[in-house]
Design a protein around this ligand. Structure first.
Ligand SMILES: [Zn+2]
Length: 325
Protein backbone atom coordinates (compact mmCIF):
# COMPACT_ATOMS: atom_id res chain seq x y z
CA UNK A 1 0.00 0.00 0.00
CA UNK A 2 1.14 3.55 -0.65
CA UNK A 3 1.19 6.11 2.13
CA UNK A 4 -1.92 7.70 0.67
CA UNK A 5 -3.79 4.38 0.72
CA UNK A 6 -2.74 3.70 4.29
CA UNK A 7 -3.65 7.21 5.42
CA UNK A 8 -7.12 6.99 3.86
CA UNK A 9 -7.56 3.51 5.30
CA UNK A 10 -6.94 4.85 8.81
CA UNK A 11 -9.30 7.77 8.32
CA UNK A 12 -12.09 5.54 7.02
CA UNK A 13 -11.69 3.14 9.90
CA UNK A 14 -10.96 5.38 12.86
CA UNK A 15 -13.29 4.75 15.74
CA UNK A 16 -16.22 6.91 16.65
CA UNK A 17 -15.25 7.67 20.27
CA UNK A 18 -14.30 11.24 19.55
CA UNK A 19 -12.93 13.37 16.74
CA UNK A 20 -9.27 13.48 17.82
CA UNK A 21 -7.93 11.27 15.04
CA UNK A 22 -9.63 13.39 12.42
CA UNK A 23 -8.10 16.54 13.93
CA UNK A 24 -4.68 14.89 14.19
CA UNK A 25 -4.63 13.74 10.57
CA UNK A 26 -5.90 17.10 9.36
CA UNK A 27 -3.16 18.97 11.21
CA UNK A 28 -0.39 16.72 9.84
CA UNK A 29 -1.76 17.09 6.32
CA UNK A 30 -1.82 20.85 6.74
CA UNK A 31 1.79 20.78 7.93
CA UNK A 32 2.65 18.77 4.80
CA UNK A 33 1.00 21.38 2.60
CA UNK A 34 2.98 24.17 4.26
CA UNK A 35 6.28 22.29 4.24
CA UNK A 36 8.99 23.75 2.02
CA UNK A 37 10.33 20.74 0.09
CA UNK A 38 12.49 22.92 -2.15
CA UNK A 39 14.71 24.20 0.62
CA UNK A 40 14.64 21.26 2.99
CA UNK A 41 16.29 18.09 1.85
CA UNK A 42 16.16 15.91 4.98
CA UNK A 43 15.00 12.34 4.50
CA UNK A 44 13.03 12.45 7.71
CA UNK A 45 10.98 15.40 8.82
CA UNK A 46 10.42 16.14 12.48
CA UNK A 47 6.91 17.25 13.41
CA UNK A 48 6.41 18.46 16.95
CA UNK A 49 3.21 17.77 18.87
CA UNK A 50 3.25 21.47 19.68
CA UNK A 51 2.92 22.40 15.99
CA UNK A 52 0.05 19.90 15.66
CA UNK A 53 -1.67 21.33 18.76
CA UNK A 54 -1.44 24.85 17.31
CA UNK A 55 -3.52 23.69 14.36
CA UNK A 56 -5.88 21.48 16.31
CA UNK A 57 -6.86 24.37 18.58
CA UNK A 58 -8.18 26.24 15.56
CA UNK A 59 -10.42 23.41 14.28
CA UNK A 60 -12.14 23.09 17.62
CA UNK A 61 -12.27 26.83 18.24
CA UNK A 62 -14.26 27.32 15.04
CA UNK A 63 -16.54 24.31 15.27
CA UNK A 64 -17.40 25.24 18.86
CA UNK A 65 -17.60 29.00 18.58
CA UNK A 66 -19.66 29.11 15.38
CA UNK A 67 -21.79 26.01 15.63
CA UNK A 68 -21.35 24.60 19.12
CA UNK A 69 -20.84 21.14 17.63
CA UNK A 70 -20.43 18.38 20.20
CA UNK A 71 -17.29 16.32 19.66
CA UNK A 72 -18.13 13.16 21.56
CA UNK A 73 -21.06 11.08 22.71
CA UNK A 74 -20.49 11.74 26.39
CA UNK A 75 -22.17 15.01 27.37
CA UNK A 76 -21.11 14.76 31.03
CA UNK A 77 -17.43 14.44 30.29
CA UNK A 78 -16.46 16.24 27.08
CA UNK A 79 -13.05 15.44 25.58
CA UNK A 80 -10.14 17.24 27.27
CA UNK A 81 -9.30 19.20 24.12
CA UNK A 82 -12.87 20.45 23.84
CA UNK A 83 -12.89 21.62 27.46
CA UNK A 84 -9.54 23.37 26.98
CA UNK A 85 -10.78 25.22 23.90
CA UNK A 86 -14.09 26.11 25.58
CA UNK A 87 -12.24 27.67 28.50
CA UNK A 88 -10.17 29.70 26.08
CA UNK A 89 -13.29 30.87 24.22
CA UNK A 90 -14.93 31.89 27.51
CA UNK A 91 -11.95 33.90 28.62
CA UNK A 92 -11.64 35.51 25.18
CA UNK A 93 -15.29 36.52 25.27
CA UNK A 94 -14.94 37.90 28.78
CA UNK A 95 -11.91 39.97 27.81
CA UNK A 96 -13.36 41.36 24.58
CA UNK A 97 -16.94 41.66 25.85
CA UNK A 98 -18.16 40.16 22.59
CA UNK A 99 -20.01 36.88 22.26
CA UNK A 100 -20.06 36.91 18.50
CA UNK A 101 -18.41 33.87 16.94
CA UNK A 102 -15.11 34.76 15.34
CA UNK A 103 -12.60 33.00 13.09
CA UNK A 104 -9.45 32.00 14.90
CA UNK A 105 -7.16 33.96 12.59
CA UNK A 106 -9.07 37.14 13.31
CA UNK A 107 -8.59 36.85 17.05
CA UNK A 108 -5.57 37.78 19.08
CA UNK A 109 -6.43 35.19 21.67
CA UNK A 110 -2.82 34.02 21.75
CA UNK A 111 -1.71 37.36 23.18
CA UNK A 112 -4.88 38.63 24.79
CA UNK A 113 -5.44 35.44 26.78
CA UNK A 114 -1.85 34.30 26.89
CA UNK A 115 -2.16 32.36 30.11
CA UNK A 116 -5.27 30.48 29.01
CA UNK A 117 -3.84 29.92 25.53
CA UNK A 118 -0.64 28.43 26.91
CA UNK A 119 -2.66 26.21 29.21
CA UNK A 120 -4.93 25.07 26.36
CA UNK A 121 -1.92 24.22 24.18
CA UNK A 122 -0.35 22.30 27.04
CA UNK A 123 -3.55 20.33 27.64
CA UNK A 124 -3.90 19.58 23.93
CA UNK A 125 -0.31 18.36 23.60
CA UNK A 126 -0.86 16.14 26.63
CA UNK A 127 -4.08 14.67 25.21
CA UNK A 128 -2.51 14.12 21.78
CA UNK A 129 0.44 12.39 23.40
CA UNK A 130 -1.68 10.10 25.55
CA UNK A 131 -4.59 9.36 23.23
CA UNK A 132 -3.76 10.00 19.61
CA UNK A 133 -0.09 9.97 18.60
CA UNK A 134 0.48 6.21 18.59
CA UNK A 135 -3.16 5.11 18.62
CA UNK A 136 -3.69 6.82 15.29
CA UNK A 137 -1.58 4.10 13.67
CA UNK A 138 -3.58 1.27 15.26
CA UNK A 139 -6.67 -0.21 13.72
CA UNK A 140 -8.36 -3.04 15.51
CA UNK A 141 -5.30 -3.61 17.66
CA UNK A 142 -2.85 -3.82 14.76
CA UNK A 143 -0.33 -1.18 13.87
CA UNK A 144 -0.19 0.06 10.30
CA UNK A 145 3.50 0.36 9.59
CA UNK A 146 5.52 2.70 7.44
CA UNK A 147 3.60 5.91 8.15
CA UNK A 148 5.61 7.74 10.77
CA UNK A 149 7.87 6.90 13.69
CA UNK A 150 6.71 7.83 17.14
CA UNK A 151 8.16 6.79 20.46
CA UNK A 152 5.62 6.78 23.22
CA UNK A 153 5.61 9.98 25.29
CA UNK A 154 7.95 11.77 22.86
CA UNK A 155 7.35 15.41 21.92
CA UNK A 156 7.64 14.85 18.20
CA UNK A 157 7.19 12.29 15.46
CA UNK A 158 9.33 11.59 12.41
CA UNK A 159 7.87 11.12 9.00
CA UNK A 160 9.75 10.31 5.79
CA UNK A 161 9.88 13.32 3.47
CA UNK A 162 8.49 11.12 0.68
CA UNK A 163 5.48 10.30 2.81
CA UNK A 164 4.92 13.90 3.71
CA UNK A 165 5.19 14.81 0.03
CA UNK A 166 2.49 12.28 -0.84
CA UNK A 167 0.19 13.92 1.68
CA UNK A 168 0.93 17.30 0.19
CA UNK A 169 0.38 16.15 -3.39
CA UNK A 170 -2.94 14.54 -2.49
CA UNK A 171 -4.07 17.03 0.09
CA UNK A 172 -7.39 17.83 -1.58
CA UNK A 173 -8.49 14.20 -1.47
CA UNK A 174 -7.15 13.78 2.05
CA UNK A 175 -8.92 16.87 3.40
CA UNK A 176 -12.19 15.78 1.81
CA UNK A 177 -11.86 12.31 3.31
CA UNK A 178 -11.11 13.74 6.75
CA UNK A 179 -13.98 16.22 6.63
CA UNK A 180 -16.33 13.48 5.50
CA UNK A 181 -15.34 11.22 8.37
CA UNK A 182 -15.47 14.10 10.83
CA UNK A 183 -18.99 14.91 9.61
CA UNK A 184 -20.08 11.31 10.06
CA UNK A 185 -18.88 11.36 13.64
CA UNK A 186 -20.54 14.71 14.38
CA UNK A 187 -23.80 13.36 13.03
CA UNK A 188 -23.65 10.75 15.78
CA UNK A 189 -23.36 13.37 18.51
CA UNK A 190 -25.37 16.30 17.08
CA UNK A 191 -28.84 16.62 15.67
CA UNK A 192 -28.41 20.01 14.10
CA UNK A 193 -28.97 20.37 10.36
CA UNK A 194 -26.34 21.02 7.66
CA UNK A 195 -23.38 19.49 9.52
CA UNK A 196 -21.32 18.77 6.42
CA UNK A 197 -21.73 22.36 5.31
CA UNK A 198 -20.68 23.56 8.74
CA UNK A 199 -17.57 21.39 8.74
CA UNK A 200 -16.60 22.46 5.25
CA UNK A 201 -17.21 26.15 5.73
CA UNK A 202 -14.77 26.51 8.59
CA UNK A 203 -11.94 25.61 6.20
CA UNK A 204 -12.72 28.70 4.23
CA UNK A 205 -11.56 32.12 5.31
CA UNK A 206 -14.94 33.74 5.50
CA UNK A 207 -17.97 32.29 7.13
CA UNK A 208 -20.24 34.73 5.48
CA UNK A 209 -23.26 35.85 7.36
CA UNK A 210 -25.39 37.36 4.67
CA UNK A 211 -26.97 40.76 5.27
CA UNK A 212 -30.52 40.41 6.50
CA UNK A 213 -31.83 43.82 5.33
CA UNK A 214 -33.87 42.22 2.58
CA UNK A 215 -36.16 40.74 5.26
CA UNK A 216 -37.06 44.15 6.77
CA UNK A 217 -39.73 44.85 4.18
CA UNK A 218 -41.50 41.59 5.07
CA UNK A 219 -41.19 42.05 8.83
CA UNK A 220 -42.52 45.62 8.51
CA UNK A 221 -45.77 44.32 7.10
CA UNK A 222 -46.67 42.55 10.33
CA UNK A 223 -44.72 44.81 12.71
CA UNK A 224 -44.84 48.38 11.30
CA UNK A 225 -44.35 49.97 14.76
CA UNK A 226 -41.12 47.98 15.00
CA UNK A 227 -41.60 46.47 18.44
CA UNK A 228 -38.66 44.49 19.75
CA UNK A 229 -39.55 40.80 19.77
CA UNK A 230 -37.34 40.20 22.78
CA UNK A 231 -38.34 42.97 25.23
CA UNK A 232 -41.58 44.18 23.67
CA UNK A 233 -40.64 47.87 23.61
CA UNK A 234 -40.68 49.97 20.49
CA UNK A 235 -37.34 50.40 18.75
CA UNK A 236 -36.56 54.11 18.39
CA UNK A 237 -33.57 56.07 17.22
CA UNK A 238 -31.82 53.05 15.73
CA UNK A 239 -32.27 50.67 12.86
CA UNK A 240 -33.80 47.47 14.21
CA UNK A 241 -31.52 44.47 14.37
CA UNK A 242 -32.88 41.32 12.78
CA UNK A 243 -32.74 38.45 15.22
CA UNK A 244 -32.75 34.69 14.61
CA UNK A 245 -35.16 33.30 17.21
CA UNK A 246 -33.73 29.79 16.84
CA UNK A 247 -30.00 30.51 16.88
CA UNK A 248 -28.18 30.90 13.59
CA UNK A 249 -25.38 28.75 15.01
CA UNK A 250 -27.86 25.89 15.05
CA UNK A 251 -29.77 26.40 11.81
CA UNK A 252 -26.99 27.96 9.77
CA UNK A 253 -29.63 29.49 7.55
CA UNK A 254 -31.67 32.71 7.26
CA UNK A 255 -35.39 32.08 6.94
CA UNK A 256 -38.26 34.53 7.21
CA UNK A 257 -40.13 32.19 9.58
CA UNK A 258 -37.30 32.52 12.09
CA UNK A 259 -36.52 36.25 11.83
CA UNK A 260 -37.83 39.11 13.97
CA UNK A 261 -37.02 42.74 14.77
CA UNK A 262 -35.07 43.42 17.95
CA UNK A 263 -33.08 46.17 19.63
CA UNK A 264 -29.38 45.94 18.79
CA UNK A 265 -28.61 45.52 22.50
CA UNK A 266 -31.32 42.88 23.08
CA UNK A 267 -30.07 41.00 20.04
CA UNK A 268 -26.44 40.95 21.12
CA UNK A 269 -27.10 40.11 24.75
CA UNK A 270 -29.19 37.11 23.68
CA UNK A 271 -26.38 35.66 21.55
CA UNK A 272 -26.90 31.93 20.96
CA UNK A 273 -29.44 31.33 23.71
CA UNK A 274 -32.15 28.77 23.09
CA UNK A 275 -35.54 30.56 23.14
CA UNK A 276 -38.14 29.72 25.79
CA UNK A 277 -41.55 28.32 24.99
CA UNK A 278 -43.27 31.68 25.31
CA UNK A 279 -41.11 33.01 22.49
CA UNK A 280 -41.90 29.98 20.37
CA UNK A 281 -45.64 30.45 20.85
CA UNK A 282 -45.32 34.14 19.95
CA UNK A 283 -43.26 33.31 16.88
CA UNK A 284 -45.85 30.78 15.70
CA UNK A 285 -48.61 33.39 16.09
CA UNK A 286 -46.50 36.03 14.37
CA UNK A 287 -45.89 33.71 11.43
CA UNK A 288 -49.54 32.99 11.03
CA UNK A 289 -50.46 36.71 11.02
CA UNK A 290 -47.56 37.56 8.72
CA UNK A 291 -48.44 34.88 6.19
CA UNK A 292 -52.02 36.04 6.19
CA UNK A 293 -51.02 39.66 5.51
CA UNK A 294 -48.56 38.67 2.81
CA UNK A 295 -51.16 36.56 1.05
CA UNK A 296 -53.73 39.37 1.26
CA UNK A 297 -51.32 41.83 -0.26
CA UNK A 298 -50.73 39.42 -3.13
CA UNK A 299 -46.97 39.07 -2.60
CA UNK A 300 -45.79 35.75 -3.99
CA UNK A 301 -42.12 34.88 -3.87
CA UNK A 302 -39.77 32.32 -2.41
CA UNK A 303 -39.78 33.87 1.08
CA UNK A 304 -43.56 33.70 1.24
CA UNK A 305 -43.68 30.13 0.02
CA UNK A 306 -40.93 29.17 2.47
CA UNK A 307 -42.95 30.73 5.27
CA UNK A 308 -45.97 28.76 4.19
CA UNK A 309 -43.97 25.55 4.04
CA UNK A 310 -42.50 26.24 7.51
CA UNK A 311 -46.01 26.55 8.93
CA UNK A 312 -47.36 23.49 7.16
CA UNK A 313 -44.46 21.47 8.51
CA UNK A 314 -44.32 23.00 11.97
CA UNK A 315 -40.66 24.05 11.60
CA UNK A 316 -40.64 26.49 14.51
CA UNK A 317 -41.59 23.88 17.07
CA UNK A 318 -39.65 21.04 15.46
CA UNK A 319 -36.39 22.96 15.28
CA UNK A 320 -36.96 24.42 18.74
CA UNK A 321 -37.26 20.94 20.23
CA UNK A 322 -34.33 19.66 18.17
CA UNK A 323 -31.97 22.50 19.08
CA UNK A 324 -32.26 21.61 22.77
CA UNK A 325 -30.92 18.09 22.11
ZN1 LIG B 1 -35.56 44.98 22.99
Amino acid sequence: MTLLEKWLHIIRNCSFDNTYKAAWSKAITEIAVEYDFENNKQENVEITLLSIAQKVIRYYWEQISFFDLKQSGNPVKPPVIVSAVKELITSYQAKTGSFKPIKWFKTNAEDLCKQEYDKAIKDIVKALKADVSYRFLRIEGREIEGIYEYEQKADCLYIAADNLKQLKDNSLIVFDAINYRWTQMLENFNHSPRISKKVKIIDEDNIRRKPLNKFSAYLNIENPEQLCFLCGYVIVEEAPAIDHVIPWSYLYSDDLWNLVFAHQRCNSSKSNMIPNEDMIVRLEKRNSVLLNLLQKSGIKDKHVSELEMAMDNNYVRKFWIACQG
